[in-house]
Design a binder for this molecule. Structure first.
Ligand SMILES: Nc1ncnc2c1ncn2[C@@H]1O[C@H](COP(=O)(O)OP(=O)(O)OP(=O)(O)O)[C@@H](O)[C@H]1O
Ligand SMILES: [Mg+2]
Length: 353
């Protein structure tokens, strides 16, 4: 049931017919008993005073019964749920976001309290998912920072060894430099993502040539495709494609898509960068003949710190696509992925021209 429907149902229960007929029937029955008692006592020639006393006691018992009934009802429908709500609120205030309150009424007769309880549960759920994200984020960051620091520490200790050959020394120095670079990239990416998420980077919109930007990004990977023996093809349909967007943010997208394509493609594979226009949009495709992804990986690639290779032995921290997605969202574009394990992957970005 939707929230509006619940509120509507709650409003329509302002004059509950079932309660009306319940009371009506009970009162008729009780006055029947009253008349019965009266007639019976008159028939038996009871003293008038005694009759009055019996009738008064009878109605006192009825009033007592009704008071008890109302008290139980108030306790059941109002006090207990309010108490449960208060307990759950206190739990949430203490940081236990798993607290939930069970609805009071059955689904077909929800009232305002149920609407409130439902909203409370929704709030608790939201808070708990934010908390999970926060905890995951910190544990991921700590893990990603700890690994290169451990490598640096280890290599530095090895360098202390006086009997090291010049070659070995160089190897340890290289390891230290690489780990320091990795840490640097990680921190830079976290800061970028943080700024993008808080919208503190407002896009600096200008008109620029997308084709030239794509070629510039691709050229950064020249040594990679040469070293890895990957065939790279740039299939750019237009000579110039002027688009209006943030020319400084978008290279983050191209660089990450291309770096992924080269990273996940082995020697002898192909990477193709495409650009064309379709239905008034600029379409940019990055295709590779690499390892591809299964459905589970595909679902999570835009999550922060997610890496398909859970051992995290491949380069990177799993922040690239989270950053790329944010930039594309801020640019009003879209990103799609098609991939098959062992066959390859194709990312398609669409931007307004
Ligand atoms: N072209 C691709 N082929 C196969 N898997 C890919 C491809 N692109 C992304 N992935 C999967 O998505 C994951 C997340 O990619 P993302 O770019 O966010 O992180 P990363 O490349 O591992 O690290 P970073 O970008 O921070 O250096 C990758 O670890 C990989 O499992
Ligand atoms: Mg990446």
């Amino acid at each position: 049931m939707k929230r509006q429907d619940i509120a509507k149902a709650a409003r329509s229960s302002r004059f509950p017919k079932s309660i009306f007929f319940g009371y009506y029937g009970a009162l008729l029955l009780l006055s029947g008993v009253h008349i019965g008692l009266l007639l019976g006592m008159q028939e038996a020639h009871f003293h008038a005073i005694l009759i009055i006393i019996v009738i008064l006691v009878y109605w006192a018992l009825v009033a007592g019964g009704l008071t008890l009934y109302t008290r139980i009802q108030v306790r059941k429908t109002y006090e207990i749920p309010m108490l449960r709500l208060a307990e759950a609120t206190a739990k949430i205030a203490d940081g236990d976001f798993s607290a939930r309150v069970a609805p009071v009424s059955k689904h077909e007769k929800l009232d305002y309290l149920d609407v409130m309880i439902e909203d409370f549960n929704k709030m608790a759920e939201e808070l708990s998912s934010i908390e999970t994200l926060r905890v995951d984020f910190f544990s991921n960051v700590s893990h990603e920072i700890k690994t290169p620091i451990a490598v640096i520490q280890n290599s530095a200790e090895m360098l202390r060894n006086p009997g090291l050959t010049a070659e070995k020394q160089q190897e340890y120095v290289d390891t230290i430099t690489n780990s320091a670079k990795r840490l640097n990239t990680l921190i830079t990416n976290i800061l970028k993502l943080n700024k993008l998420e808080r919208q503190t980077i407002t896009p600096h919109i200008s008109e620029f040539d997308l084709c030239e930007q794509l070629v510039q990004s691709a050229l950064l990977f020249e040594s990679v495709w040469e070293d890895k023996g990957i065939e790279f093809e740039a299939d750019i349909a237009d000579e110039r494609r002027m688009i209006t967007a943030d020319s400084e943010l978008l290279p983050l997208v191209w660089n990450n898509l291309l770096s992924n394509a080269f990273k996940f493609t082995d020697k002898g594979g192909t990477v193709i960068l495409r650009e064309y226009s379709e239905n008034g949009k600029a379409v940019i495709g990055v295709e590779d003949s690499g390892c591809g992804m299964d459905e589970h990986t595909k679902k999570h690639i835009f999550d922060k710190f997610y890496q398909g290779d859970t051992s995290h032995s491949t380069e990177g921290n799993g922040l690239g696509l989270a950053l790329a997605l944010r930039v594309i969202q801020m640019s009003g574009g879209s990103i799609d992925v098609e991939s098959r394990p062992g066959k390859g992957t194709r990312f398609i970005v669409k931007l307004n021209i």
